[in-house]
Design a protein around this ligand. Structure first.
Ligand code: GAR
Length: 204
């Protein structure tokens, strides 16, 4: 399995997907190559972005399957067919079951718009504004069976300014995401990300 062959999973807008494609075009993913988009929402804007970028897409509706496991089994078959070695979740709003986790252990990463473990789950940016924190940020982490609970690979902080709304804060957080995720994907594709228990070592 080659860590340089990447599938991006996304459910919505796909602005992080677009940033990763852009980074690849600019040579910023190093050996990394985006081979597939997987989406659980065929009608989502990210599907059009994949088409425009010429990236093959696997668009499956979970409700068309008898179980989450059968839905994921179909995805796994396609990932194996394409020899995918790294799964990059970019706004993929579903928990993952062992059907996908086990064959790709240590090869699934996610980006989340907060400094985990604060504000896991949905609407992390709204949660941060609601709580009144002065500092939030972005986390890239390994995925396990929990909700945003896997080992942390990289974090960047973003200050919450007086008068920030969820929208204004989201704009700055997204800007950080678009730079940070390609950096981590590049390191992963180059075999420089190592997991030791809960500690993650990213070699230069
Ligand atoms: C991103 O901000 C990402 O961090 C977040 O969804 C957004 C997707 O935006 N992910 C999560 O909240 C995961 N728990 P995009 O579709 O425009 O890339």
């Amino acid at each position: 399995m080659s860590s340089s062959r990447i599938a991006v999973f996304a459910s919505g807008q796909g602005s992080n997907f677009a940033a990763l494609i852009e980074a690849q075009r600019a040579g910023l993913l190093g050996e990394g190559s985006i081979e597939l988009l997987v989406s659980d929402r065929p009608e989502a804007p990210v599907a059009q972005r994949a088409e425009a970028a010429g990236v093959p897409a696997l668009l499956l509706r979970p409700k068309d399957f008898a179980s989450r496991e059968l839905y994921e089994a179909e995805i796994v078959a396609e990932l194996q067919r394409r020899d995918i070695g790294l799964i990059v979740l970019a706004g993929y709003m579903r928990l993952i079951t062992p059907v996908l986790l086990e064959p790709f252990a240590g090869r699934i990463i996610n980006i989340h718009p907060s400094l985990l473990p604060a504000f896991a789950g949905k609407d992390a940016i709204g949660q941060a504004i609601g709580y009144g924190v002065k500092l939030t940020g972005v986390t890239v982490h390994f995925v396990d069976g929990g909700m945003d609970t896997g080992p942390v690979i990289a974090q960047r902080s973003v200050a919450v300014e007086a008068g920030d709304t969820a929208e204004s804060l989201a704009q700055r957080i997204h800007g950080i995401e678009y730079a940070l995720y390609p950096e981590v994907v590049r390191a992963f594709a180059a075999g420089k990300v190592e997991l030791q228990g809960r500690q993650v070592i990213v070699r230069e």
